[in-house]
Design a protein around this ligand. Sequence first.
Ligand code: ZN
Length: 555
Amino acid sequence: MRAILRISVLFTLILSFGGCMKKTVIEKMPAAQVRKELDKFAPVDFRMDLSYLDPKEVDVIRHLVKASQYMDEIFLRQVDEDNAKFREALRMMNEPDAGVYRDFFNLMFGTWNRIDGNRPFLDTKSKPAGAAFYPADMTKEEFVKFVGTHPEKREAFESNFTVIRRRDGGLVSIPYSEYYKEWLIPAANLLKEAAGMTSDSTLKKYLQSRAEAFLSNDYFLSDLIWMDLSGDIEAVIGPYEVYEDGLFGYKAAFESFVCLVDHDESTRQKAIAASLDALEKALPMRAPGGDSSRGTASPIKVVNLVYSAGDTKAGVQTTAFNLPNDERVRKAKGSKKVMMKNVMRAKFEKCWLPIVRTALAEKDLPRVSFDAYFAHTLMHEVSHGLGPGILKKDARETTVQRELKEAYSVIEECKADVLGLLTAQALVDRGVFPKSLESTLYATNLGGLFRSIRFGVGEAHGGGVAIQMNVFMDRGACSAGPDGRFSVDDAAMKRAVRELAGELLRIEADGDYEAAKAFIEKHRYVRPEVRAVLDRMTNIPVDIRPLYAIEKEIR
Ligand code: ZN
């Protein structure tokens, strides 16, 4: 296996297993190589000013951070049951590069490099697809067979909130509330204490019900209540995403976000919400204002992150999340999209600007701004809710997604990007965004296209971006200069954006699968001029690594 070839250095550590001292040798990747991987993540100090809050609410936040640290502990064990031992071994490691291993281990939540196909940098064990949610040697077939012969156990086995273990020659499911109680009980106590302190009645209800869920293993009610949070503190804590379970996608990983609502953005949100009808009517499509309903609404909330824990903090950092995932809650109350502005700003500064400085012509660099980047990202999300959703085709009711099949996600991501520009411009014209945004909107967006293409054009977003880049170049909206750097012609760009929006909306409105495929086929490729820019981008961080000052303060 390729992982073994790269591991050449040995170190010896004394580990304590179950009370008896045992000498264990752990293989590891050379420190210089681990440092190179670690340096792909630019460290960012997330320090929030809490001074405007009531001291009691600051105490609530401290409690939430402490409770979140228990989510770190649980998630570490959800990834690999040996992780606590590895962490202890690294803590005792006494050599100049120990910190590099510790930092990378903490970032990856274990011994596997999440941005390099889970290649191990410590130890030689490869990562089981089902992480530690299932026995490491259990196959998919064994699980399916067991559930088939024990139908009464299916629900508990497929539950988002149980682990599967071997017992007496068979398999058993154990509820999280039982299996992880060592951490869930103290976390629940902290949430209850915080609930007792806060003067925000919606947060109080959420924290109380979530504390109960930690003990009862029933998360439904607290998920419902979370939708109603309306105070300054936006917190979410518990088992949510199922990506870590690569075997079945059943098991939820523990995580936490402790955030503060951004009031200026909330005010703007209301203005955007009030403009939605006008934005829909102004879309460049044949039958504007048709049925664009997509079921329940998904409100957007803009916040600043104070602390994150568990699943979300492992590897690439989350900038926005859409929760809850429970379909019953989504049916009853929809879901909530939360965008973390300070995380986005950090990524913009550390990972975007270096790319943009490589890609754009000198004259366009002053026309790049975080505000334009943020406005476009926000309007990208809003734009997913604009345009055709439910369709009538041959007298049957269907959806754009169903008709466009596997071509849908590329077309839809491209649409959201292009409508994001179109609607941001419309909101400048309506006075919702400041006039000054217009001068930076298009250059910022062009710079951003390079960032997305850098990660490949195979997945939906990169594919959508390649389409835009090629259409914009075909129509003279942007071009490479003699030095290979790109500049944008705002007037031509505005025209190209409107035309491209019209073409994408037509494909969606017709639910035209063949047209969608042909459109993607024609435009999804990387031109030599673009490739040349990408080739110049070396040593630019791929992501950020959060450092939280508040951890030290609450010790
Ligand atoms: Zn999107």
